[in-house]
Design a protein around this ligand. Sequence first.
Ligand code: PRX
Length: 713
Amino acid sequence: MATNNDAPSAAEVAQAGVSEAQIAVHWREEEYYPPPPAFVAQANANDPAILERFSEDRFPDCFTEYAEMLTWDRKWDQVLDTSDPPFWKWWVGGRLNACVNCVDRHLQERGDENALIWVPEPEDAETRYITYAELHRRINEFAALLRDFVGAKTGDRITFHLPMVPDLPVSMLACARLGVIHSQVFGGFSGTACGHRIADSKSKILVTIDSYYRNGQLLDHKKHADEAIAAAQAEGVEVEKVLVWRRIPGEYHSDSPMVEGRDFFIDELLDGYRGQTVEPVSMPAEAPLFLMYTSGTTGRPKGAQHSTGGYLSYVTGTSKYYQDIHPTDTYWCFADIGWITGHSYIVYGPLSLGTTSVMYEGVPTYPDAGRPWRIAEKLGVNIFHTAPTTIRMLRKLGPDEPAKYDYHFKHMTTVGEPIEPDVWRWYYEVVGKGQAAIVDTWWQTENGGFLGSTLPGLQPMKPGSCGPAVLGVFPVIYDENAQEIPKGSGKAGNMCIRNPWPGIFQTVWGQPERFVETYYAKYCKNTDSKDWRDWPYFSGDGAVQAADGYFRILGRVDDVINVAGHRLGTKELESAAITVDEVAEAAAVPVIDELRGKIVEMYVSLKPGNEASAAVEQKVADAIDREIGKIARPKNVWIVSDMPKTRSGKIMRRVIAGISNFSDVGDVTTLANPEIVDEIRHYVQHEKLERGETPRELSEQEKQEIAAYGHAD
Ligand code: PRX
C-alpha cells in the first residue's frame, strides 16, 4: 500500500506563518499494515458495505443498527431529538434495562458460559470463573439488598470506591437493574478525592472493600472510606451507610474500625437475600445509567452523566465492530473498571454481546513481566486491550517474554494516550506475533465509546495514528478562529466532532452550564439553532489529519496532564499543593517520561517567612497523595523564589514546563520578571542532573507540545 509523504516540512509550515494555536507538526509518515487475512475472514465487519450504511447522509438513522443489537421493553419513537441543543436525546420513547441486556438475555443460550473470569493478583490464588447464571444470581441478591436493606430507589446515586474485584461489576449491574445511578471512583484515588465525588453526586451510600492485592501487598482500602465520609461531610453531604465487601469473605483486613450502625459487611448481609430475584426496572432510554468523574480545567471534577439507551447501544455496536467481539471469544481488557474504558469495554460492551470478559486484580508486571502472557496462555485470551503505558512498561521489563508463551491474539487495542510508532511496532510484532489486527482507539470519558479508530477488518493500521473517525462520527479540525484545517495540510488544530452520536454524555452532573460552556460554546455557530450541524463538540485535544484522512492525536490543549493514561487537572494538582500552609503559589507542569508518557512536576513559591526545605517538598507531595491519590504524586517539587509571570500576574506555565523538560522556554520578553527564568533554570536543571535525571532529546512533536502547554493562560 502507498505511503503518504506529502506532509510539508516544519520549515515550510513555519514560513507559511502558523499561529501558536496551530502548532506546526512534522513527522515521518509511517507505513500501512494491512489487517491479517485470517482476522479479516472472521471479522464482524468485513464487508465494505458497512461504510455505506454509516455514511453521513444516513445520519442519524444509521445508528439504529446499534440500537437493534439490544433488547428493548419498548421500541423508541424517535431516533434523535435535537430540540434542546446541545442536550441530545437518543432513542426517545424507548425503554430497556441495562442489566437485562448484559446478563438476563444471555441466560437461555449462554447461562453456563463464563461471563467473567477473575484473576487475583497472587499467582497461586485460584482463578474465578463466573458464569452468566452465577453473575445473574449474585446481581439479584445484591440488588435485593440495595433495595430492601438500603432502600435504594430508581434515580438515587450510589458511590463505589472499589478496586478490580468481581464485586465491582456485580455492584454496577445491581444498580443498573434497579435504575440506580452508580458512580465508581477509581480505587487508586484517595479517600478525600472520593469524598468530593460523593458530595458532588449527593450519594447517601458508599460501597467499598476492606482490602485488595496490589504489587504483592494486601492494601488496607477501608481506611479511605473514613476520609471520604469526612470530606463529603465537610461539603455538607452525610453518608448514611457504608457497605463493605470483603476481599476474603469472613476475614477483615483493615485497621479502620467498623462504625456501628453505619458500616456493614456485605457478605454477612447477603445471607438474608440468598436466592432472591429482583424484577428489573424498565428504564427510559434517556435515564442516566452512571456518572464517571473526570478532570477538566477547574479544580472541581466533572461528573460525566451517561445515558442508558444511547450509551449501551454505542458500546455494544463499537464492541462488536471495533473490538471484534464474538460471544465465543475470550476477551481481556487490561484497564481498570474505575475508568471509562473499563465501564465501556470490560463491563457493558462485552457483556452486552454475551462474551467472556477477563478481569485482573493487580499490576501488569507482578511478579514479573511475563505475567500477562501467562494469563493469556492459561485462559486462551484471543482479544487483548491495553494502554501505551502498560505496553512501554512490559517492553522495558520483559522485551522477550511474549515469545515464551503459547497464546494467540487475533486482535489488540491501544487506548488512552498517543502511542509512539516504535512502541506500536513492538506491540504488533512481539506481543501480537505479527498475527493480530491492532486498533488505536481515541476517545474520552465524555464520549462513552470510541471516536477514532480503524475498522480492523477493513482499514489498514498506521502506527501512531488512531485512524479515521469511527462509523457515523464526522470530525473536523478547527483553528482558533473556527476555520477548518484541511487534511494533508500538516497543520494541527482543535479536534472537534460535527455531529452527535449515541454514546455522548448527556451533561455534567448538576452543572449543565459547564457542559455547554466547556464542550459546545467554543465553536457553536448559532446558539438559537436547533440544528445539530451548528453545535460541533470541542474535544480539548489537538490533532492533525494526514492526506489519507487518518488522525494523529497530539494531546490535550487544555489544562489537563495525561499521566499514564490518567487525566489530571492542573488546577486540581495546584489546589492540592496550596493546602500546605507554607505554600503561596503552585504550578503543575508535564514532563515527558519514557514509560508513563508524562509525569507531573510541581513548582511552588512559599509565603513570606518560610524557608525552602526538603520537609516542605515532602508536604507538597503528601498533600497531592492525600487530595488526589498516589497516581498524581509529582516526580519533583521545586521550591522557587517566584514564578515567571505575565504583567497581569498569570503564571507562565510553558516557561517552567520548558525548563523541566530541558526544552525551549520560548519568548520571555513579555514577562514581568524575566530575570527569574535563568535563576529557576539554573537551579532546576542543575539539581536534575545531580539526581541523575539526564535529559533526552525531545522529538519535534514533544517540543511543540511542551511549548504549547498552558497556552490557555
Ligand atoms: O488526550 C486524549 C487521550 O486521553 C484523553 C481522554 O482521557 P480519558 O477521558 O481519561 O479517557 C481515556 C480513555 C478513553 C483524550 O482527550 N487519548 C485517549 N485515547 C487516545 C488518546 N490520545 C492519543 N491516542 C489515543 N488513542
